[in-house]
Design a protein around this ligand. Structure first.
Ligand code: AHR
Length: 512
């Protein structure tokens, strides 16, 4: 997506955003091209860490729970995973991964040792959800597993044996697995060699880690027809030096390098998830557009060492990170999720699509009950968040060919950040063109006219996510305030798509 003309609306510090009654005027066009990249379905991946109630309570309740479950996994959550067609899940962390010793999580559950989850509230982890529980879940719901290996406090031997345990059909580790009840090896594609090794994963320098990476990855072997896709631990946010060093020293030994990005302005006070000003809101939306610059920065470095774009940039943690909900454990990172989070998700995904040639995966943090979650659970109840509905509405973009587009709209400038008020993406699959548009303005509808660039479509069907108030969220025991409803306000005439997009809304249109 390119923005041809920029008109700036300047927002004075501290001022509320007061819109004029006039609608935004938005124009642009689609430029279908057979050379455009396909949007990897793994861009819709989820991160599931042993943190707060993401795993325990959020996914796993155990076979003896009163909460309806299948082999210990919540039935409502299994259904939700299927509803989203979740392509990949990253586990067991995050920071947790670098303290996780996989052998503690196999064998009879009653005999598994306990550990303290030092990163996340000092909670005692009983290891009842381990390798079998995770990989069986992936198999049950048809999700590709992404295992994050322990480099920070784990040995090369430990990693080698874990891979053998999961994927070999014969040998000592396979025998141990069989003894623990699993005859056939699992298929495991994605394997992360460390997590945030610049921080909680070992506080390493780029130079040191790139050597460590070379060593550890040597023992990440392919057993019994399984082929690993090896992912190096990337630098923090816009640390291009880290990418440079890792690519220079180890590009030929990796398939991907990770990149984490959270939309946080002040780590000491991240702000409330539900109670925020218009100014906070627009600052966040401006921050979302900053990820585009960071992706461009990392991609430019990667292009130097990997011009054919074989190595993927894996955004394996991203999303909003607010203060925890009052009264909840500060180490469990439980936050609500409003229409603001939905717009953050839509604009982020629109940006990721544009980088489909380099970005091969993105895992939002985190799937349940932590940070920008899809689902919130409270004992037997489950809530689908506004972000869940964006992921659901965007399913048609998975594995579809990107249709480049340009868009000409007003850009809000706030404290040095720029936020185009309308964000768009388009893709094509099986003869259907899907166009998604997000209007982030709090008060102005957008009159949109897009040239279809020769796409021969005559029918358009749509769905919309919007809310009366940007602070709206879905809560336990109450009717949903934010979900997907049909949208009939778009039409196609003379090769042009036109619609009026309400303020604070996201629409997805199917054209054929
Ligand atoms: O998602 C929470 C934490 O954020 C992860 O454990 C870590 O990798 C990142 O710093």
């Amino acid at each position: 997506m390119s923005f041809k003309k920029i008109s700036l609306t300047l927002l004075a510090a501290g001022a509320a955003v007061v819109g004029s009654a006039a609608d935004l005027k938005v124009s642009g066009g689609l430029h279908p091209s057979a050379d455009a990249p396909v949007i990897a379905k793994e861009m819709y991946g989820q991160f599931t860490e042993h943190l707060g109630n993401c795993i325990y309570g959020g996914i796993w309740v155990g076979e003896d729970s009163k909460i309806p479950n299948t082999s210990g996994y919540r039935n409502d959550v299994i259904e939700a995973i299927r509803e989203l067609k979740v392509p990949v899940m990253r586990w067991p962390g995050g920071c947790f991964a670098d303290e996780y010793h996989w052998m503690d999580g196999i064998g009879p559950r009653s005999e598994r040792p306990r550990m303290v989850n030092t990163n996340w509230g000092g909670t005692v982890e009983d290891n009842s959800f381990g390798t079998h529980e995770f990989l069986n879940l992936c198999e049950l719901v048809g999700v590709e597993p992404y295992i994050s290996g322990n480099v920070g406090s784990g040995s090369v031997e430990e990693i080698q044996k874990w891979i053998e345990y999961m994927t070999a059909s014969d040998g000592p580790m396979a025998l141990l697995r069989k003894k623990n009840g699993r005859e056939k090896p699992w298929k495991v594609k994605y394997f992360g060699v460390g997590n945030e090794t610049w921080g909680c994963g070992g506080n390493m320098t780029a130079e040191y880690y790139s050597d460590i990476y070379r060593r550890y990855q040597t023992y990440c072997k392919n057993y019994s027809g399984n082929t690993l896709y090896k992912i190096a631990s990337g630098g923090n946010a816009a640390d291009y030096h880290w990418t440079e060093v890792c690519m220079k020293n180890a590009a030929s030994m990796m398939d991907g390098i990770s990149f984490h990005y959270y939309y946080v302005d002040d780590w000491n006070d991240k702000g409330s998830a539900t109670n925020f000003s218009d100014e906070n809101y627009y600052m966040t939306m401006g921050h979302v557009y900053d990820i585009n610059e960071a992706i461009k920065g990392h991609s430019a470095v990667m292009d130097k060492y990997d011009p054919k774009r074989r190595v993927g940039l894996m955004i394996d943690e991203w999303g909003t990170w607010w203060n925890v909900e009052p009264g909840t454990n500060p180490g469990h990172l439980f936050q609500q999720n409003t229409m603001r989070d939905a717009l953050v998700a839509a604009v982020s995904l629109n940006i990721f699509h544009n980088h489909a040639a380099r970005v091969k995966m993105a895992n939002i943090a985190q799937f349940a009950n932590v940070l920008q979650a899809m689902l919130l659970t409270k004992e037997g109840q489950m809530v689908k968040t506004p972000t869940f509905y964006v992921f659901k509405m965007y399913i048609p973009h998975m594995e579809a060919r990107l249709v480049p587009l340009d868009i000409d709209c007003e850009v809000l400038e706030i404290h040095g950040r720029k936020a185009p008020l309308v964000s768009a993406t388009a893709s094509q699959k099986d003869g259907v063109t899907t166009v998604s548009l997000a209007n982030i303005s709090l008060d102005k509808a957008a009159d949109i006219d897009l040239d279809l660039g020769g796409i021969a479509a005559s029918k358009v069907k749509g769905e919309i996510i919007s809310s009366k108030n940007i602070h709206d969220y879905n809560d336990f025991g109450l009717a949903e305030k934010v979900n997907i409803v049909p949208f009939n306000g778009a039409k196609i005439k003379n090769g042009k798509l036109s619609l009026k997009l309400p303020a604070r809304s996201i629409v997805t249109l199917s054209l054929n």
